[in-house]
Design a protein around this ligand. Structure first.
Ligand code: RB5
Length: 153
């Protein structure tokens, strides 16, 4: 299941991504926001990141105006690897090198066409493991040390 959320700055792009994912027949959980009223991005970022961190959702997508706030929030959570991507190259690398389980984008940065292509690239790419797994293990060890979690689960 892919869980997706946004604030008002990312709502229009989020809705375009939801439509794309449903066209691909993905199992999508859209947690909002639903309109253009101003909301606080941490409220939505926390809900998405909690589901991914706990393993209840396999992947997540977060959108705010720039993607910056959502990235900051999501990467507080153990086992979350949230990648703020800006183009097709960074979307591919987010999976191949970083095995990102949350993709973050800026609703005031990307067009719906750009963003949906990038989501497709991220979903279709494969993690290369090898030396990249060693680097992710170091991040997981850091989480263990800083948070007292068992992040390598
Ligand atoms: C909201 O105006 C804006 O600050 C938010 O969407 C996001 O860009 C924060 O990082």
């Amino acid at each position: 299941m892919i869980v997706i959320g946004s604030d008002h700055g990312g709502r229009a792009l989020k809705d375009a991504i939801v439509a794309y994912l449903r066209e691909r027949e993905c199992d999508v959980n859209d947690i909002g926001t639903r309109d253009d009223n101003s909301v606080d991005y941490p409220d939505f970022g926390i809900r998405v990141a909690e589901l991914v961190s706990s393993g209840k959702a396999e992947k997540g997508i977060l959108v705010c105006g720039t993607g910056i706030g959502m990235s900051i929030v999501a990467n507080k959570f153990p086992r979350v690897r949230a990648a703020l991507v800006t183009d097709e190259f960074t979307a591919r690398m987010a999976k191949e090198h970083n095995n990102a389980n949350i993709l973050v984008m800026g609703g005031r940065v990307l067009s719906p066409d750009q963003a949906t292509v990038m989501v497709g690239i991220w979903l279709d790419a494969a993690f290369e493991a090898g030396r990249h797994q060693r680097r992710l293990d170091k991040i997981a060890e850091l989480e263990d040390r800083l948070c007292g979690t068992d992040a390598k689960r």
